[in-house]
Ligand binder design. Structure first.
Ligand SMILES: C[S@@+](CC[C@H](N)C(=O)[O-])C[C@H]1O[C@@H](n2cnc3c(N)ncnc32)[C@H](O)[C@@H]1O
Length: 203
């Protein structure tokens, strides 16, 4: 077991039960402020006036998927996580807002090839990195690439890992459209202070 158990579904399920007990109906936003930055970025990138098919992997109790659905009319957004309890709670909290809720391990997804225009990941690849399975990061990235549309698919990743680290992971899978450092103002407990926004396309 690695020092930080963020790759374990048991860890996250128990954490989300604690979260619900301590703050019923509340949530926890990793890399706070980055959710709004992602929504702004997509508005600026353009090309989404007719909506998009989007998947957020490892959504946890973040509001990002709901903000995407609210900001881009006609879009279809799937909120997903491998922790079943948080997906069910998010369905209770946000159901009926143009969202779907799926229990999904992002390293083994059942979606068809090219199903999504957009895959969003805020802190999930960072969590996958902490698992005991050293191949999990590669599986996650290969799966994200597979489910992205060849023509216009983009992967928006918010990660605490700097470009020199992440570029080794992207390798032959992704090319960079944009990389920006996000300087966090007030960061929540256990969130790294600074992180990076990556916009990637399939190679
Ligand atoms: C650091 S939290 C980020 C949560 C949320 N995206 C946010 O920004 O607040 C990582 C999330 O990834 C989920 N996760 C970790 N490994 C996963 C996997 N293999 N498949 C799906 N979700 C996973 C965890 O359950 C947790 O909700």
């Amino acid at each position: 077991m690695k020092a930080v158990p963020y790759g374990s579904v048991e860890y996250w399920s128990s954490r989300y039960d604690d979260e619900e007990r301590d703050k019923p109906g509340g949530g926890f936003e990793w890399y706070p402020g980055a959710d709004d930055i992602v929504v702004d970025l997509l508005s600026k990138l353009g090309g989404y006036d007719d909506g998009f098919e989007a998947l957020e992997i490892g959504s946890g109790s973040s509001e990002l998927a709901a903000k995407l659905a609210a900001s881009f009319a006609g879009s279809h957004v799937i909120l997903s996580d491998f922790a079943e309890n948080v997906v069910h709670r998010m369905r209770e909290r946000l159901g009926g807002k143009d969202l779907e809720f799926h229990v999904v391990d992002c390293c083994r997804m059942a979606y068809r090839d090219g199903a999504f225009d957009l895959v969003v990941d805020k802190g999930t690849l960072d969590a996958v990195d902490c698992g005991d399975d050293d191949g999990a990061r590669t599986s996650c990235l290969a799966e994200v690439r597979r489910v992205l549309s060849v023509e216009k698919g983009i992967y928006v990743l918010v990660s605490c890992r700097e470009p020199s680290w992440r570029r080794r992971d992207f390798g032959e899978l992704f090319e960079e459209v944009l990389v920006e450092e996000i300087r966090a103002e007030g960061t929540a407990k256990s969130c790294p202070a600074d992180h990076f926004l990556y916009v990637l396309r399939r190679k």
